[in-house]
Design a protein around this ligand. Structure first.
Ligand SMILES: Nc1ncnc2c1ncn2[C@@H]1O[C@H](COP(=O)(O)OP(=O)(O)OP(=O)(O)O)[C@@H](O)[C@H]1O
Length: 396
């Protein structure tokens, strides 16, 4: 077996050594001091070109050429180049167009996860066997859709991995699996010894139904199929040893939550809510469901807590002030922290680069980091509790 080619900054510089700026042909790209936020992760590379002083249109051909050249480097599996059109607080990232979906994808008959791998059959086991080396399982949930549950799960997962934990992220949002896209994961899932192998990105392992079926199928699943898909995700994935498995659940209190809580021991749930009344109302329903299943509520995260003006840092409480914090206090649950409403969280997710990896010094990344630091001792406590509990038989 050949070992993967090692990619480093020197490799990148070599590849770009003959590039000049289209708007200043005598200036070499490497001398122009416009390359920033270079992130090399294994065989993946992301970087930004700061083009504050030139129009976007003039810079796009350079961006495309640089990205193309990086993709040619031996061993690179993914290269993405972004443009940054501003300076300081006015930064605005411009993202490369994503690859167009296959023209006939919509006409393809949806495949089940088993069909997607029919040449390498998957042998189902029970969830307990598949998850036996997972030390702690935490669900990330919300009552309402679109409040930022997946963004929170992803950024917490990467932050926890940055602190040295072995982290897995299972995207159980079978209706709208956004984790692969938000982590920049593409390509086919590997099957080894009849088990699905999680993909890796930004230091975490991830598995999602979105990696196994065409996107259009996710929207049309109903009851029993959903339960089957969740059970398959629980039984057929080879996570290996994990300190923590975060499970990104769909919004609400439906079949997925029911199947999860009935099939495996979830050690705790983190509830994500915006400060808004209607989101909090739904969050309360989500909390009630976990309580009914005897899953401890570990705390509430307030997402989109405020908008911080990039020019003057003034905070605007778009969805109300401290709603989730007050709710946590009223209900007697820990308040885990607040995440501001920041365009970079959205734009990073759109190109598969979580904000904690893209800009670790940003206020949003620091907010996720603080929450993950709070979680570490909780995870340790839950790990001990889980180890001391005798596994119960799982209803199949
Ligand atoms: N703090 C934030 N600041 C800016 N954008 C955010 C923030 N949190 C989430 N978003 C964006 O809001 C959208 C919804 O977020 P996300 O998909 O994480 O929510 P969700 O609750 O998981 O949604 P769904 O119910 O569809 O599963 C995404 O485009 C995401 O990038």
């Amino acid at each position: 077996m050949t070992s993967p080619v090692s990619i480093n900054q020197q490799t990148i510089h070599q590849a770009l050594s003959d590039f000049t700026l289209p708007w200043s042909p005598n200036t070499r790209l490497l001398d122009a001091n416009i390359i920033e936020n270079m992130i090399i992760e294994g065989q993946k590379i992301h970087l930004t070109l700061n083009i504050a002083k030139v129009p976007e249109d003039a810079a796009e051909p350079l961006r495309a050429k640089v990205e193309h050249r990086l993709q040619q480097i031996e061993g690179i599996v993914q290269a993405r180049v972004f443009l940054n059109t501003g300076e300081g607080n006015n930064k605005r990232l411009v993202f490369p167009p994503r690859q167009a979906a296959s023209a006939n994808a919509a006409q393809q008959k949806p495949a089940t996860p088993h069909q997607a791998h029919k040449h390498a059959p998957i042998k189902p086991t029970g969830p307990i066997e598949a998850l036996q080396d997972v030390k702690c399982i935490i669900a990330v949930a919300s009552g309402k859709g679109g409040v930022g549950k997946s963004s929170t799960a992803i950024n917490l997962a990467v932050s926890l991995a940055n602190q040295g934990l072995k982290v897995g992220l299972m995207d159980a949002d079978v209706y709208g699996p956004s984790v692969p896209h938000m982590l920049g994961l593409e390509g086919q899932v590997e099957v080894i010894n009849h088990k699905l192998i999680p993909m890796t990105a930004w230091g975490i392992s991830a598995m999602s139904i979105g990696m196994l079926v065409p996107p259009e199928q996710a929207l049309i699943w109903r009851g029993p199929m959903v339960m089957g898909a969740i059970k398959q995700l629980l039984s057929d994935v080879k996570w290996g040893e994990l300190d923590i498995l975060l499970v990104d659940t769909p919004p609400g209190t439906g079949d997925v939550q029911l199947t999860l809580t009935q099939s495996i021991q979830i050690d705790g749930a983190i509830i994500v809510s915006t400060p808004q009344d209607v989101a909090l109302l739904d969050a309360r329903r989500g909390i009630a469901m976990f309580q009914k299943a005897k899953t401890p509520i570990l705390g509430i995260v307030e997402n989109m807590a405020y908008f911080s003006c990039p020019c003057c840092n003034e905070k605007t409480y778009i969805f109300g002030e401290n709603g989730a914090k007050k709710e946590a206090n009223n209900l007697g649950f820990p308040f885990l922290g607040e995440i501001p409403l920041i365009p970079a969280i959205r734009s990073g997710a759109d190109v598969g680069v979580p904000i904690v990896a893209q800009d670790p010094d940003s206020i949003a990344a620091k907010a996720y980091q603080e929450i993950s630091e709070l979680m570490v001792p909780v995870i340790k406590r839950l790990t001990v509790q889980r180890a001391n509990k005798k596994p119960e038989a799982t209803p199949e």
